[in-house]
Write a protein that binds this ligand. Structure first.
Ligand code: PLP
Length: 404
């Protein structure tokens, strides 16, 4: 434990080492079994060791993994066509991660502004947003902890509160250099806070009136997690730019920016690029993930299991003071407690449950979309007592016991 580590000391890690997984189960090196209610932070859409995904990826690795974007990659066309069909948008750029997708979105917005003759374009971003940890994306992020020490931040961002239409209208009236609005359909790291249906519709309307790009970060909430392919579809709108990543490859690193209209034709040859992005292995992972989700009805399953878990938690915790709110949609859920609860992560592990706590006091659940009712029942009946115990402990003690 006290050995010097060859790794940069970046993460506060739980002392658990997973050796393998199967469906919604993870097994540690001692053979102990855990129910995965986190999916590697919304990544393992199909759970672990999926019987259709694994052979397809094996086959792809044996065929070709990478040749670069100097050559045409047919699988990029296949996956892009599918994303265009599911989103009602026009075209796609592939990269390798969420921050890369967001970085590309920010570049599209700036170039779109320059093309309109705006030399110092501004992008509207949000309090409590999370967009990644590159310089531009951490600057767009609304969390000083992510930004501290990395100043000077990238400029050109104007920040407003989420779900405040008047604030956005005020920006329209006072900031002539704004070119885009950029928010998560459901804020993930910020505490599972959905943009309201009305707000998404108002943002679409204001963007249309102003000639701004509506850019919706679906890196965490996209790819079926909420019970629709993309979380903004609950509002019946279509954005101009949509970054995707996490769940799209079921564990294989992938990112994508889906664009529509003027945003789809903003990048010209030489404006952007990537070495790894769009490689055949990642493309195959994306294609198979979507194909298997369709075959197994996982959108409907995500909606049904999400409603079931949230009803179950509500029932089990009814009358327990200190549970402020259960938020989210489908299998992207947050239980807002009235106090810090980071210690619940270790408590969960002790009881064979992989969960997460974000924004200090929000228990975050992101189970794989293959979750069945028996898994949901186990989650409810294991987690509810742990939360109840936390909330029945005096606040002072609970705060001291906070570990994360
Ligand atoms: C995780 C996340 C990112 C960053 O993705 P990385 O792959 O870690 O770079 C960006 N936006 C949102 C909404 C996220 O949840």
């Amino acid at each position: 434990m006290a050995l010097p580590s060859p790794l940069m000391p970046i993460y506060a890690q739980q002392p658990v080492r997973f050796s393998h997984g199967d469906g919604p189960w993870l097994y540690d090196t001692d053979g102990k079994r855990y129910l995965d209610c986190l999916s590697g932070i919304a990544v393992n859409t199909l759970g672990h060791n999926h019987p259709k995904l694994v052979p397809a990826l094996r086959e792809q690795i044996g065929r070709i993994m990478h040749a670069s974007n100097l050559f045409e990659v047919p699988l990029q066309h296949t996956l892009a066509s599918k994303l265009v069909e599911l989103s009602g948008m026009d075209n796609v750029f592939f990269c390798n991660s969420g921050l890369e997708a967001n970085e590309a979105a920010i570049k599209i917005a700036r170039l779109y502004g320059h093309n309109k003759g705006i030399d110092l374009p501004e992008i509207v971003v949000y309090e409590k947003a999370f967009h990644g940890r590159s310089l531009a994306t951490l600057s767009a992020t609304g969390n000083v902890k992510v930004q501290k020490g990395f100043e000077p931040l990238v400029g050109g961002f104007v920040r407003v509160p989420l779900n405040d239409t008047a604030a956005l209208e005020n920006i329209a009236a006072t900031r002539p250099n704004v070119v885009a609005v950029f928010f998560e359909a459901i804020q993930g790291e910020g505490g599972i806070t959905p943009a309201s249906i009305e707000y998404m519709q108002a943002a679409r309307r204001i963007c249309d009136a102003q000639g701004w790009l509506l850019m919706i970060d679906e890196v965490q909430c996209g790819t079926g997690r909420t019970g629709k392919w993309f979380a903004h579809q609950w509002a019946g709108i279509v954005p101009d730019v949509m970054p995707l990543a996490k769940g799209l490859g079921s564990g294989v690193p992938i990112g994508a920016v889906v664009a529509k209209g003027a945003a789809a034709t903003t990048f010209k040859p030489g404006n952007h690029g990537t070495t790894f992005g769009g490689n055949p292995l990642a493309m195959r992972a994306g294609i198979e993930t979507i194909r298997i989700m369709e075959e197994e009805g996982l959108l409907e399953n995500a909606a049904r299991m999400g409603a079931y878990i949230s009803a179950g938690m509500t029932r089990e915790l009814s009358g327990v003071a200190g549970l402020r709110e259960i938020r989210g949609k489908g299998l992207m859920m947050g239980l807002q407690l009235d106090r810090p609860c980071g210690h619940l992560v270790a408590e969960g592990l002790k009881h064979g449950l992989v969960i997460n706590v974000t924004a200090e006091s929000v228990v975050r659940l992101l189970p794989p979309l293959i979750f069945k009712q028996e898994h949901a029942d186990l989650l409810i009946h294991t987690l509810a007592p742990l939360i109840r115990a936390t909330l029945q402990t005096p606040v002072e003690f609970s705060t001291q016991a906070k570990t994360a």
